[in-house]
Design a protein around this ligand. Structure first.
Ligand SMILES: Cc1ncc(COP(=O)(O)O)c(C=O)c1O
Length: 389
């Protein structure tokens, strides 16, 4: 008998990976599958970034780096943060991480334990809840409401804070909804947080540059009054189409930095060296391919929202950020996960059911529009045929 600890029976999953596996299997069987399930850019990493990694390998960068990352990579993050937020952080506050998720893992592990509450967005990225449950803390969903553009409501969020609350997880622009929390609401939230100085904050800003219709992302870093309890999650995966490189960064308050650095020493030692050189090239090199990608996402966003709104029983608010559409499918009469499964099996369109993003996800589907306009239009046609059948 092996005695694993109960925490491992509480750990969850990201169903997007299960849907990807199923879609891949169907495709291997010869089915024509349009994958709007997985959340990753359909673009390749720009060539100059790939070349920087190849050069690093050729130049002999094959060994460990410092656990918190190469100073050159951390300094690149400092430049990038200054450019996007106007805030100059110290390279000694920057951790280079193997992706965005490890920051989530570290931050939630640092604050979660039985008896503690952790607030997180629902619907939201499924790993927040999974990790909270893993630590034994109580997950407290903060509702992201359609009528509110799937943004955080400062009032509703603050009302959920109790003496047990240790950590508040924020995410804007958001997965799975594409919601962007307006600056005025963030200001209200930050003002209200002054009454709760013992609550730490994890702001997941991995989609920071992906906003549309003139909307701008407001980083929590812009608020000096919360800097001593704020962890900002960001990374290369989405902006530079680098999901497979496993490259992320986070910015930590001084009093937490050594804790996360030591976790890195114990857990992964460091991020692989060539990727860290690629990360510098991504930040410092030309951004024209990023711009091209963002323009493509914006066009596809309009195509998918228009298409979805033309389908019987479906309505879709226009997402202001990220690359997801999150239509309301309640009037189709189908439970969301059943609908997602049937769409994949019968119509060859991979989507994710809202319940995979939280207890408030019933009645919604997530469609990633990180796919070609042609495929999006074909997917809409197939969905129409499915729904009118
Ligand atoms: C909101 C959010 N945070 C973090 C991540 C994780 O990013 P990474 O693939 O770099 O671990 C994702 C990926 O889908 C995401 O949607």
């Amino acid at each position: 008998m092996l005695h694993t600890i109960p925490a491992f029976d509480r750990i969850g999953e990201e169903n997007a990976f299960a849907v990807l596996a199923r879609a891949t299997k169907l495709a291997e069987q010869g089915r024509d599958i349009i994958n709007l399930g997985i959340g990753q850019p359909d673009f390749s990493t720009p060539a100059h970034i790939v070349e920087a990694a190849v050069k690093a390998l050729r130049d002999g960068h094959h060994g460990y780096t410092p656990a918190n990352g190469l100073i050159a990579t951390r300094e690149a993050v400092v430049r990038r943060t200054l450019a996007t937020t106007g805030v100059e952080v110290s390279p000694e506050s920057v951790m280079i991480m193997p992706g965005g998720k490890p920051t989530m893992f570290a931050a939630i592990l640092m604050f979660g334990e039985p008896g503690a509450d952790i607030l997180y967005p629902d619907p939201g990225f499924p790993i927040y809840r999974s990790m909270i449950e893993f630590t034994g803390a109580t997950p407290v969903p903060v509702p992201m409401r359609e009528e509110n553009g799937f943004a955080f409501s400062a009032e509703e969020t603050l009302a959920l804070i109790t003496p047990r609350t240790r950590l508040l997880v924020l995410n804007s622009p958001a997965n799975p909804t594409g919601g962007v929390t307006p600056r005025a609401e963030i200001e209200k939230l930050v003002a209200g947080l002054a009454a709760f100085p013992d609550v730490a904050l994890l702001s997941d800003e991995i989609y920071d540059v992906m906003t549309y219709d003139g909307e701008r992302h407001s980083s929590l870093l812009g608020f000096a009054e919360i800097r001593d309890r704020l962890i900002v999650l960001n990374g290369w995966s989405k902006t530079w189409a680098m999901t497979g490189w496993r490259m992320g960064w986070s910015i930590w308050p001084e009093r937490l930095y050594d804790k996360v650095r030591k976790l890195a020493v114990n857990c992964w030692s460091c991020v692989n060296a060539p990727s860290q050189y690629a990360g510098i090239a991504a930040i410092d090199g030309p951004q024209d391919e990023v711009e091209t990608m963002l323009r493509a996402f914006d066009r596809r966003r309009k195509v998918i929202v228009e298409g979805l709104n033309g389908l019987p029983g479906i309505s879709c608010v226009t997402p202001k950020g990220a690359f997801y559409a999150y239509p309301n499918v309640r009037d189709t009469g189908l439970p969301a996960k059943k609908m997602a499964a049937a769409l994949l099996d019968e119509a060859g369109v991979a989507t994710i059911g809202g319940p995979d993003f939280g207890v408030l996800g019933e009645g919604y589907l997530r469609l990633s529009y990180a796919n070609s306009e042609e495929n999006i239009l074909r997917a809409i046609e197939r969905m129409e045929a499915f729904l009118t059948r």
